[in-house]
Design a protein around this ligand. Structure first.
Ligand code: G6Q
Length: 546
């Protein structure tokens, strides 16, 4: 890795600091008034996404400097390194090759001397055969009944992608199959997911890269007990359980036939895995052809990211804008607001993608960063959010850049619904940007004491991502857009966007306390006094009947 100057000493960074002082007082009203073509100029279009970034607090010079920062940060080299399969995840000494998961047949990407693309397609083929059997009712349960219910057991990256994709693509799903997702170790999750289901017609997909995760393995064992209560014979497991994992040994130990294991690889990060075999439930839901259409959407965006000049490159522009607010305006968060009900889990999915990737405090070289890294991503679908937290975005004291996502064509056309939906998303972006000034409020006859409360200062920035229709392909392009935008930010911050030591810590923290909660004897507790009291309290009050 070539040494790169610390971020805050790069020329473009210093210029941006000075430039920020001139941009901060500018109002979007003025920027638009001074340049009537701004809305036409500040937009980019690629892979079916119309990206309007004119309602951002930027000038042409801001963009020039941000693009210069990208160059000075070696972004081009970093992109090439990721696509080439270099070990860009330095702390885990791994490649981050999610782009290989959607590389078309015939492409070649070498990892440790082996071309991984044929391996990817071999697994996709195996998934397609299995999915088609389930979809046609030809994968029979142990007692001969067709599978009607599919339950994915997994957590984090082995859950959020599958849930999000299932919800997003439900319109394309085979409706006579029921899909449920169990992630939490809270027994309620399992109990509710299996309520009213017939074990004879239920298939569990145990999805875990490591096949050692406490939550997933606990839920998988509970699922095995639940299934055997009805099916009785251990031989039934082979018909009702399949695994998605990198760990064949643990899968076999659990009792799942290795023939029913769908493989992926250590160069696929959990949060980048929804298009690997972790997407098996998605493929069963929408079918192999639509799954391939989704992969093609991902790939189109990959190619755009790899090849388009930075000034027209959507992930680069989005990443730079996020960095502009995060590092110069001190914005703490980004709101993602899809005006598409099927994308209701998209913000939750993005929370992991963005915050697990860029929630880091040291550089690749291990030195403490001298600047803010990943912002907090959050959001809910519109219009619902308008009736709750938008108040703070419009009139609160915090600056919250927003990503609006909308589609010109509805999947469920119903009277005027779609016009009303789109009118709302355009109106929100307009109101946030331009506000309502004192004169306008007064002119509407508002009593003077009420005027301050009814002023909207505006100048609240937003992006508008406008697509034609939510399809498997457009979902792929959207997810890849955010994946690469996260990469752009991480590359400039010079952090490892592909490790997750904080999550790893969570995996071991509870291990010490579990025996202390389950032990009958009053063993000595060696935690802090608060934790000791909580453990004692739980031991005293817990329901000992279970
Ligand atoms: C993702 C994280 C994390 C992981 C889960 C599940 O990038 O590493 O969310 O996906 O902890 O891990 P397993 O798939 O190994 O069960």
């Amino acid at each position: 890795m070539t040494a790169i100057a610390p971020l805050t000493t790069r020329g473009a960074w210093k210029s941006l600091e000075a430039h920020y002082a001139t941009v901060r007082p500018l109002h979007l009203r003025t920027l638009f008034a001074d340049d009537p073509t701004r809305g036409e100029r500040m937009r980019a279009e690629a892979v079916g996404i119309y990206f309007d970034y004119s309602k951002h607090r930027i000038t042409d010079e801001t963009l020039t400097l941000l693009l210069q920062l990208a160059e000075e940060s070696g972004l081009r080299g970093r992109i090439d390194a990721m696509f080439r399969g270099d070990k860009v995840n330095v702390t885990e000494k791994r490649a981050a090759l999610h782009v290989a998961l959607r590389a078309p047949k015939g492409h070649s990407i070498i990892v440790d001397g082996e071309d991984v693309v044929p391996q990817v397609h071999a697994v996709l083929e195996k998934m397609a055969v299995f999915s088609s059997l389930v979809r046609r009712g030809e994968w029979r349960g142990y007692t001969g009944k067709a599978i009607r219910n599919v339950i994915n057991i997994g957590i984090g990256g082995s859950d959020l992608g599958p849930v999000m994709a299932y919800e997003a693509l439900r319109h394309y799903s085979q409706r006579d199959l029921t899909f449920r997702f169990v992630s939490n170790i809270d027994g309620t999750d399992f109990a509710e997911a299996t309520r009213n289901l017939d074990a004879e017609e239920t298939l569990f997909i145990v999805s875990s890269k490591t096949f050692t995760t406490l939550e997933t393995m606990t839920n998988a064992r509970t699922a095995r007990d639940w299934a055997l209560t009805t099916l009785k014979q251990p031989a039934a497991i082979a018909k009702h359980f399949v695994a998605v994992s990198t760990n064949a040994e643990e899968v076999a130990k659990f009792g799942i036939d290795p023939a029913n294991m769908f493989e992926f690889w250590d160069w696929v990060g959990g949060r980048y895995s929804m298009d690997s075999a972790i997407g098996l439930s998605t493929m069963i839901a929408i079918g192999p052809d639509q799954f391939h259409a989704m992969l093609d959407g991902f790939h189109q965006m990959d190619e755009h990211f790899r090849l388009a000049p930075f000034e027209r490159n959507l992930p680069v522009l989005m990443g730079l804008l996020a960095l502009w607010y995060n590092n110069f305006f001190d914005a703490q968060t980004v709101a993602v607001l899809p005006y598409e009900q099927y994308l209701k889990r998209f913000p939750a999915y993005l929370q992991q993608l963005t915050m697990e990737s860029n929630g880091k405090h040291v550089t690749l070289q291990g030195t403490e960063v001298a600047y803010q890294t990943g912002p907090i991503y959050w959001g809910e679908p519109g219009t619902n959010g308008q009736h709750s937290f938008y108040q703070l975005i419009h009139q609160g004291t915090k600056l919250i850049p927003c990503d609006f996502i909308a589609f010109t064509q509805p999947l469920n056309p119903l009277g005027r619904h779609h016009d009303l939906l789109l009118a709302n998303v355009f109106a929100q972006a307009e109101a946030l940007g331009f506000g309502k000034m004192s004169q306008e409020v007064q002119a509407a006859g508002t009593p003077s004491w009420l005027v301050p409360h009814r002023i909207f200062e505006g100048n609240r920035p937003s992006s508008m991502l406008l697509l034609e229709r939510l399809t498997p392909a457009t979902l792929g392009t959207l997810v890849a857009l955010y994946e690469h935008s996260v990469f752009v930010q991480g590359a400039i911050w010079n952090i490892d966007s592909f490790d997750q030591w904080g999550v790893e810590l969570g995996k071991v923290l509870a291990e010490r306390i579990i025996p202390e909660l389950e032990s009958e004897s009053e063993s000595a507790l060696k935690h802090d006094s608060s934790t000791n009291c909580l453990i004692r309290r739980y031991r005293k009050c817990k329901d000992h009947s279970t």
